[in-house]
Design a protein around this ligand. Sequence first.
Ligand SMILES: Cc1ncc(COP(=O)(O)O)c(C=O)c1O
Length: 302
Amino acid sequence: MLQIFNERNRDILVYVKDGLYPRTEAKVSVFDSVVQGGDAVWEGIRVYQNGIFMFDRHLDRLYDSAHALSFENIPMRDAVKQAVFQTLEANKMFDDTHIRLTLTRGEKITSGMDPRLNQEGCCIIVLAEWKPPVYDNDHGIRVMTSTIRRNSPMSLDSKIHHNNLLNNIQAKIQSNFAKVDAALMLDAYGFASELNGTNIFMIKNEKVYTPHADACLPGITRGLVIEICNELNIPIVEKNISLTELYNADLFFCTGSMGEITPIIELDGRSISGGTRHTILEKIRLSFENKIPKYSEKIPNT
Ligand SMILES: Cc1ncc(COP(=O)(O)O)c(C=O)c1O
């Protein structure tokens, strides 16, 4: 499903490093680490009419990722929050918005890989766009299994939410050629890890299963779905899941801030028997919707 350009985003203001710039002038230096090596960390965050959803959990993950990569001179949490608030207020974006919040290692004094070439501190980018959930959550999506394996801690730990996304982009290219919506990525042992940009769950015999977060991003939405299952006494198990188990799932769905909760109706040409509907999925969705006001941080002055 191709993301269509939204006219409303033509005149947005984007926060880069020290202030807001019109879309066409919002740029980073060619010496920035994100240009030099994808050396940056990011979060995709959704804004609902109640505020910024799970803002603190996203910031926790951003700071954990930056710490793991040994970033220096990271802006204080309050400064990052203020940059986000300022961007939303300037654009009058108080609903139906997706924020791509990026923290790069900053500018280098010359091109190169070595973080010692970074002497200016990190660069923050707040790109907020009008963007409804990307998938058709009523009708679901079709996916295929990619031959590209998801990184494991053996190479690049998926717990770091970094901008070096080529692993996932390669899988996405395969799904484009296959004319389906997304790619399922396996781990080094051949078990399912996640789709190229979302986490996965399956329902079988009234139980919910999701892969261990060993080779997938421990998604914030994934964490919330696990929390909801526990609250509702729906059995939820983290385990290795093979393709055969997914082909025979009663229901298969994916989760992420971009698309919320989306049924997967087809995997590798096999229809998933339950399609888009299952009482457990309905319960999870209802609880998710009820949590939006509770888990959203109010934007000041709104
Ligand atoms: C590879 C990958 N998996 C899963 C997710 C979903 O994570 P979250 O629920 O935190 O948005 C993302 C989101 O950016 C992602 O990039």
